[in-house]
Design a protein around this ligand. Sequence first.
Ligand code: IMP
Ligand code: ZN
Length: 346
Amino acid sequence: MVTPTAAQVSLARRLPKIELHAHLNGSIRRSTLKELALAAGLNARESQIIRGDARTVSEMFAVFDVIHHAVRGGKTIRRIAREVLEDAEADGVVYLELRTTPRAHTECGLDQVGYVESVLQGFKDYEETAQRDRRCFARLILSIDRRDPAEVAEATVDLALRYRDRGVVGIDLSGDPTKGRWETWLGPLTRARESGLKITLHAGEVPDVDEETRRMIAFKPDRFGHLCFLSSENQSSLWASGIPIELCLTSNVLTCSSTIPTYAAHHFALHHGRGHPVALCTDDCAVFGSSLSNECAIAIAAFSLSADDLRAITRRSLHMSFLDPSSHDFAQILTRLEAGEEMDLQ
Ligand code: IMP
Ligand code: ZN
């Protein structure tokens, strides 16, 4: 395993960073999760599940079941969204593309529309208190869960279109990679793209999904997440396509250890070494016990990256983002990155 030096950790913290792959409930502040778990009266088994760092795909989904059990109501969703942005700012993240699956919490009277409103309200709460010079800009991606039937996927696209002017920039496909079939979401995803939304797909998270990955590459999404399992044919078409990849080192090493036993063996080296566009991301800070600066420090240590290498990856990540490149926010973030500004974080 890799242990970054204190200097590498400090550099990774100080440099401004871009986060493109983070799930709202997977990024919940751990102290908040503890508090909510207590209030929800979790049993001993459930409490145990959320205490450790997930190590396998099935353990990860067991953690999500417990988190979703503990997180109830619009006020809580709003609070979690605000706290995720506060934590990102404290970690030196200047732009965060957060994703979440709109879920109805029927017993609290919250529907999917209310869920999205609550997340966006959390963004607003953060913006009202953010420190101007360190502010983390944020946009939202709505996730289709692989367990969702086509009607739910269509409704998620409708929601994303409805909130496009208020910060929703795209659609993600995620959830248990052993569930569902690509044909189910192809129609809704095609409509989303034709309507101007950006698309990112979780892909290649488990073995033996080469045919699905082949069809996903043929669909030409704007970005992929993970791609831990990739046949040589799919790798060639991916490289030919130039589709950027969101890479989450700790998440991948923990949940895909059969193919990525160590950080040094992570496919970051393969794709980045070839000049293929990649972004360093966290996936689920709370579930894997990491942060973006920690992921960057690990990358510096595992792949002998210099400060300039990391700055270049970060600038490229901004260009991979779903943020409108002609927007004022994009220009402001780019200026901060180009200044190579190092932040004075406590
Ligand atoms: P939420 O959508 O904000 O509730 O975030 C948690 C959800 O994100 C999980 O229930 C999964 O559907 C999805 N998710 C988080 N991490 C992963 C991953 O590594 N692979 C696939 N889906 C994931
Ligand atoms: Zn993910």
